[in-house]
Design a protein around this ligand. Sequence first.
Ligand SMILES: CC(C)(COP(=O)(O)OP(=O)(O)OC[C@H]1O[C@@H](n2cnc3c(N)ncnc32)[C@H](O)[C@@H]1OP(=O)(O)O)[C@@H](O)C(=O)NCCC(=O)NCCS
Length: 205
Amino acid sequence: MAETLLPSSLRYARYTPTHEDSYVHSMRQLISKDLSEPYSIYVYRYFLYQWGDLCFMAFDNDPLDPDPDSARMVGVVVCKLEPHRGGPLRGYIAMLAVKEEYRGKGIATKLVRMAIDAMADRGADEIALETEITNTAAIKLYERLGFLRSKRLHRYYLNGNSAYRLLLYLKEGVGSIRSFDPYGPPTDQNPVSPPATSLLRENGE
Ligand SMILES: CC(C)(COP(=O)(O)OP(=O)(O)OC[C@H]1O[C@@H](n2cnc3c(N)ncnc32)[C@H](O)[C@@H]1OP(=O)(O)O)[C@@H](O)C(=O)NCCC(=O)NCCS
């Protein structure tokens, strides 16, 4: 397992299928607690079977825990990487969550940085994601890492909430930063997409 040991008990690891059952169990617990859309096990498998090398986990290693890898997972990021509409190679951050009592310690920032680096190493031109427009913590985190708001997606989630699509351009000349007014009416530059979504759908525009 590729991992980074920190002075504290926190450590970071890239996903490997060797502990698939316990890892997926822990991820589902972490993610289903906070995200508005419940994902079936097939959604996790869809990402992990094809892009397990783009998934990173944080653990608080408790030496007394009989199964520390699964029982102490405190953060996870799940991604994919595909050509976008036959154009740029687009990374996509599908899920990100940190256990409540571990927030504010930079864990999500570290996980997202690891994921960005892994996607860049695989030649990604850009990285996209969606986040609820009310999710201040996530929006601040991503904007600090250089992501830009590209669209507002009206009633994007099953709970009826709207989302921002955020984009990080990794290469010169890839993508174009269109003028965007998050509070303005829908326009050709700032269109509104149809309601609801599934992570299994192409994250297109
Ligand atoms: C969003 C989330 C992953 C952030 O995890 P985290 O480990 O606490 O994030 P970090 O410690 O790396 O914080 C990075 C930056 O995010 C921002 N941030 C984090 N928590 C915040 C909060 N509650 N309010 C406002 N900004 C916040 C800050 O800018 C912070 O930088 P700072 O330390 O200089 O203030 C976490 O709150 C979470 O799991 N939320 C529920 C799931 C979720 O919303 N996932 C994102 C879906 S897109």
